[in-house]
Structures are given as structure tokens and as C-alpha cells.
Design a protein around this ligand. Sequence first.
Ligand code: EPU
Length: 356
Amino acid sequence: MPNAPVPEQMPATPLQVQHRASLRDHNSFGLPAVAQTLVRITSEADVRRVVDHPEYGLARQFILGGGSNVVLTRDLDAVVLKVEIAGRRLVEETPEGRLVEFGAGESWHGAVAWTISNGWPGLENLALIPGSMGASPVQNIGAYGVELKDRFHSLDAVDLVTGRSVTLNATDCRFGYRDSVFKQQGFGGLAGKSLITRVRLWLPRPWQPVLGYQDIERKMAETGNSSPDAQTVFDWVCAIRRAKLPDPAVIGNAGSFFKNPVVTEEQCRDIIGRDPEVVHYPLPDGSIKLAAGWLIDACGWKGKTVGRAGVYDKQALVLVNRGGASGAEVVTLARAIQESVYGRFGIRLEPEPIIL
Ligand code: EPU
């Protein structure tokens, strides 16, 4: 029967649900917290099953990707949707570029490594960023002169109220510095309203390496290689990150804990007047980005420990779990840092991870 109709109702695969699930292994800080209900999402159909579910569909929900950008300070009574949608493929290859697609549950670094090993350059500067593919657009991850938005094509998401699928392009995502529509509440914001299922990235041809960042320039000088291929840039970025950022598998952390603050030229002049060394980068719109790591370091925090939380000894922008820390301890340390940076520079540092 080659033309047999597809049955209207496919037999429903049950949702994978866990009650009172420990989240300690699901957050890169390694903080203790329990989810009353944790649902593993392995397909778009699973998201619809949650939306249609008499209990979970109406409950408060929290979307968890790789857990590399959250600080859990308490148990969660929301239904935690743990995104584990797999898959990666080359969608199209033209003389202008390559379109690659990934399930939201794929690891970001695994995806980068896969493209590089296939000889498809473009993501090498973003190597070793922790977290999942689905989380990458949420905060528009970036490193060494490249941001996700520079390689973004589109994404698929499911509306958590209606169960409808949508495809969003870069404009719809409203990307900003470590920001997107998925972090925004209020009018048009999609924070907590929409679950990203698939992400497509565009790798333009011919490949143009991005080598302007100081750490990469240093590698070029050290090796005498001023025209590295993508694999070499990938290896350099991995080495740079391993040298100054802690591996979350060994020391719990969430990468940069604060955003680099942006100030007016006048504010910056005032700070330079008092601290001529302050690391700052002029932005195209005339404002100035300050290195939060430098500000924190200047206040003497590098390597310090408060309770069981601490400031990483090689990079003051990274807070770490010294072993057995609670989310409250991390937040207490973060507040103390914010206060001292405000006291000395008059600048309010804004946390980068989501604090729950
Ligand atoms: N600095 C200090 N002391 C410190 C830390 C930094 O003086 O303890 C100075 C450095 O010497 C440098 C400047 O501050 O001159 C900036 O530091 P770095 O180059 O390490 O970069 P960053 O601004 O700290 C940002 C991103 C990282 C990204 C790197 C590389 C933010 C908040 N962080 O860090 O992203 O990997 O640039 O592009 O934008 C993340 O978001 O989790 C993350 C790790």
C-alpha cells in the first residue's frame, strides 16, 4: 500500500519526566538545587506534549540548556524543560557559503569542532564556549571578535502557550551585546515564552579569518604565523581559553560573571583621570566599553574567597565554586564585588548569567 494515509494520531510516546530531580549535574557552577519536575525534551513533538499537558502546560516553566549561564539559588517549583534535541547537518553549500543546522541540545563546542573537522571554517573564534546550541542565541555568545549574530541564519522555536512553531531571523532575535529577544521581558520579549528547537548558522565563503583580537595577535607573533588556517585559529582559541578560564568540569563556574559595562566618553575620561591604566575600548557609537575583569582586579578581588565561592585567580571576571558552594554564596560574593566596584569607580556591574 504505497499510498496508505499517514494516521492522524501517531501513537504518543510518553514524556520523559523525573520528579524531585537534582540539578547539580545540570548547571556548570555545580550548585545544589532540586527541580520538582524535570521533563527531557528530545523533539519538537515533546514541546507540544508539554503545551497540551493538563498540568505542565499551565505550570510555570523554566527552559534549561547546558546550564552554563544560570546561578541556582533555590529549588525550582517550575517545570524544568531540559532541552536535549540532537542533530546536525549541512543544509546547503553554495559558492557564497554553507548553511549548517543543529538541534538545540547539541553542545556548542561539539558543533564548532564538527564544522572545523569537516573543513567548514567560520566558527573557530567561538571554540570552547560552554553550553548548548539552543542557548547560544539567547545571550548572543561571543569571543575573540566574533559574536553568534555574525554567523546566525535563523532558528526554529515553539511557542510555549500556543504550541505553534515559528522561524525567526536575526532581526526577529533582536541581538545585542550578550542579549536577545529571548532574554527580554515585556512587549515583544520572548523570555520564557518560546523554546528554541533548532539553530541554523551561515558560514560565508570565501572564509575571512578574524584575527584582530589582542590574544590572537599575540599567538601570531609567538608562532610567526600571520596567516593561520581555521584549524590553527581553533587550536589557538582553545589554548587561550584553557590558559585563563577554568574548565567547568573541574572548577564550577559560569564563564564571565559580569557584562563589560558601557559608559559615556565623559564618564570614561573621569575614570582615566583617576586610573590611567583602565582597559577600555571605544565603540562605533562613541560610547566606551570598560573591561569588567580589570575593574574587579583593580579592586583587589582576583583569587579571593568568600565562603565557598571565589574569584578565579587567572581572570577576575569569572566567579568559581571552590567546592560545595551554594547559589546564595555566589550571589553574596557577586554583591560584594558590585559594591566595591561601585564604590571605587561609580559603575554598576550587571551580572551576565540568569540568577534564579
Ligand atoms: N583584565 C585584567 N584582570 C583580569 C581580567 C581581565 O586586567 O582579572 C583585563 C585584561 O588584561 C584585558 C581586559 O581586561 O586587557 C579584557 O579581558 P579579556 O581579554 O580576558 O576579555 P573579557 O572582556 O574579560 C570577554 C568576554 C568573554 C570572551 C572574551 C574573549 C564578556 C563579559 N566576556 O571577556 O566571554 O571569551 O572577551 O573575547 O564580554 C563569557 O561571556 O562567558 C565569556 C567568557
